[in-house]
Design a binder for this molecule. Structure first.
Ligand SMILES: *Cc1c(COP(=O)(O)O)cnc(C)c1O
Length: 250
């Protein structure tokens, strides 16, 4: 990481790498969108990214969206929730987020729906799928997806399902990482065949700073990138995935 470079130049570099990976995979250069992940970074860094053209930011914690929402209200940001969400924080997401990519259980869908009804809003949602056997990784088990989608389509009018999201296994073994992404794409293809009314399967959010080029080869339509744009984070990743404090994440 070049620490002297600005957020704008790192953003440009990441866009170049995304386009390059798409072309290399035989896909259109604009087939993959970028979701910059601003977790732990403050107002100044986010304003710099806004100045460089970013309007959508991913955050891993509801309380962080809440603390950034008012100070940055003038920027017209769409906040995207990408981290594990406790039901008692559903209210913040219902009020402030434009989208959730970490929808991983019915209990959460119901809690969000109740709050969204109160706010008079509907938001886009991606279902987070557990694609690796790492014991503590969040996500809906793939075999539960068809039933889950039918239930959301039938009972949860405020969540518009647009696709799937996953975090790949955190391992140096690239084949294992690729297998996670491939599993998500295959699951998306299966769900498309089921053609559940009211459910879109257009989006696949997969790939982070360390693995996004593999994700793009496997069909990602959206990569979530923090470190390669904003730099390293002060907190260890166990702060974001407290349940796996002993594991080292990328
Ligand atoms: C932090 C985070 C990212 C981005 O991770 P980097 O390795 O910094 O690019 C992507 N997805 C989720 C869910 C995250 O919490």
């Amino acid at each position: 990481m070049n620490q002297d470079s600005s957020i704008a130049s790192r953003l440009a570099l990441v866009h170049d790498r995304i386009r390059g990976a798409a072309l290399k995979a035989g896909r259109a250069p604009d087939a993959v969108t970028l979701l910059p992940v601003s977790k732990t970074f403050g107002e100044d860094a986010i304003r710099e990214a806004v100045k460089a053209g970013v309007r959508r930011f991913g955050e891993n914690k509801a309380q962080e969206i809440r603390s950034k929402y008012d100070p940055l209200a003038d920027c017209g940001i769409d906040w995207v929730m990408i981290g594990h969400l406790q039901t008692n924080k559903a209210k913040d997401v219902a009020r402030m987020a434009s989208e959730i990519q970490s929808l991983d259980r019915l209990e959460l869908a119901i809690a969000l729906d109740r709050r969204l009804q109160q706010e008079g809003r509907a938001i886009d949602a991606l279902v987070q799928i557990k694609t690796s056997s790492e014991p503590s990784k969040y996500g809906l088990p793939p075999e539960e997806l068809p039933g889950f989608l039918r239930q959301v389509a039938r009972d949860i009018p405020t969540l518009k399902i647009r696709g799937l999201m996953t975090l790949a296994i955190n391992a140096p073994d690239q084949a294992a990482v690729r297998a996670c992404f491939r599993k998500l794409r295959e699951l998306r293809d299966q769900m498309r065949q089921e053609a559940i009314d009211g459910i879109d399967m257009d989006r696949l959010s997969m790939g982070m700073s360390g693995d996004f080029e593999i994700a793009i080869e496997e069909g990602s339509t959206e990569v979530r990138i923090g470190t390669a744009i904003f730099g390293g984070r002060i907190y260890g990743d166990d702060y974001y995935w407290p349940e796996q404090a002993s594991a080292t994440r990328r």
